[in-house]
Design a protein around this ligand. Structure first.
Ligand SMILES: [Zn+2]
Length: 382
């Protein structure tokens, strides 16, 4: 089977289940919104702003990384800004063939100018609905509680998530500084969402060890885990997560940027995949990490040598892990399965044709002829 290149990956239908609204804006939009609202930014052009938010740079740690959000949040304090940010995020994702996206953010961080929590939630849902109408991308919202804000606020946000369940909101999350802020402090919020049959995911095992993942699953009842990078440190829990098919929302570049891992090679994604964990590929923060879903797949292929069949499995994992109703998910899965298989067949045929067209070098009749490995593989696969 062939190794997919960027152009091929871009054509594949994809998901992004872990992407933060406030970390995924366009630089130009931040500048425009700040200008129109009289918000002072640390820079007045895109290059300066990119530097100020450490765009794509390796940070000291997760807390250093999280500082960039002070800048994006400064311009996301009204309905119009939120609606625009949501629309543009979905538009950007649709352009690289993301078919389903779950956008997360914490409405409580957008109330500085007095906007009501309800309107903050509705504005984002409206922006995403407009993008669906214009670009065909399906989206849902995940409401985030914040670890380093008092648990009482998480409870309020859990109420909001429950109220908007099936009205554009599909889940609840806990984000923010992981170190020193264990998920169990927010157990009341998770108790409420569980009682309301709202599905949940929790950032865990990124800046703290597997205990954080254990609590997320067993104390808070999380259905998915954001990152789970340090799950490999606890074999018992790794087996439980695998057996229960608990999806991990892997964000490769973000993990390198926040120093959750030393470099791409030391990331556990390849091991998790081989072991049978349901791993999915996600961006985390398109702007701050300077990453698209396509970029992240390309990175995964380059680092771990995934072939087209394995990339297909990662894509299917993404659609299987979506917080969508079961029957809807099944319908999408059948379609995506067929579409990706067809694209793979088409690519195999194209590669075989390209190889056949390659100019044949004059060969000394005394030298035994060798087939090129690519041509053999392609012919076998076809
Ligand atoms: Zn995240």
């Amino acid at each position: 089977m062939f190794t997919p290149d960027r152009a091929f990956i871009e054509r594949l239908p994809k998901t992004d289940l872990h992407v933060h609204l406030d970390g995924s804006m366009r630089l130009s939009t931040i500048l425009e919104l700040a200008d129109a609202r009289g918000v002072k930014l640390p820079a007045t052009d895109e290059a300066g702003l990119a530097k100020a938010i450490h765009m794509g740079e390796i940070c000291q740690d997760l807390n250093d990384y999280l500082r960039a959000f002070d800048i994006t949040l400064s311009v996301l304090q009204d309905e119009e800004a939120l609606r625009r940010a949501a629309y543009e995020l979905a538009e950007d994702a649709a352009r690289e063939n993301v078919r389903y996206m779950e956008v997360r953010y914490s409405p409580i961080l957008h109330t500085r100018k007095g906007a009501a929590l309800t309107r903050i939630v509705e504005s984002v849902i409206e922006g995403l609905a407009d993008a669906r109408r214009d670009h065909g991308i399906a989206c849902n919202v995940i409401i985030c509680g914040i670890r380093h804000i008092e648990p009482q606020q998480s409870l309020r946000l859990a109420e909001v998530a429950s109220a908007y369940k099936n009205k554009g909101v599909c889940g609840f999350d806990l984000a923010g500084a992981e170190y020193d802020y264990p998920p169990k402090q927010h157990r009341e919020a998770f108790y409420l969402v569980r009682n309301n049959n709202v599905r949940s995911t929790i950032h865990a095992g990124e800046a703290y060890g597997p205990e954080s993942i254990h609590q997320a699953i067993h104390v808070c009842g999380a259905h998915r885990i954001g990152h789970g990078t340090r799950l490999r440190e606890d074999g018992e829990l790794l087996n439980y997560v695998t057996d229960q098919r608990i999806p991990l929302e892997v964000c490769l570049s973000s993990n390198v940027q926040t120093r959750a891992v030393r470099d791409f090679q030391s990331h556990p994604l390849g091991f998790y995949f081989d072991f049978g964990v349901r791993v999915t590929i996600n961006t985390d923060n398109r702007l701050i990490t300077n990453a698209t879903v396509t970029d992240e797949y390309v990175r995964a292929v380059e680092t771990f040598g995934f072939d087209a069949t394995q990339v297909k499995q990662l894509i299917i994992n993404g659609f299987k892990s979506a917080f969508l109703p079961f029957h809807e998910r099944q319908t999408i899965l059948r379609r995506v399965n067929q579409e990706v298989s067809a694209l793979i067949e088409e690519e195999v045929a194209r590669l075989a044709a390209t190889n056949a067209e390659a100019p044949v070098k004059a060969v000394d009749p005394a030298t035994p002829q060798k087939k090129t490995p690519g041509a053999t593989k392609a012919a076998t696969a076809a």
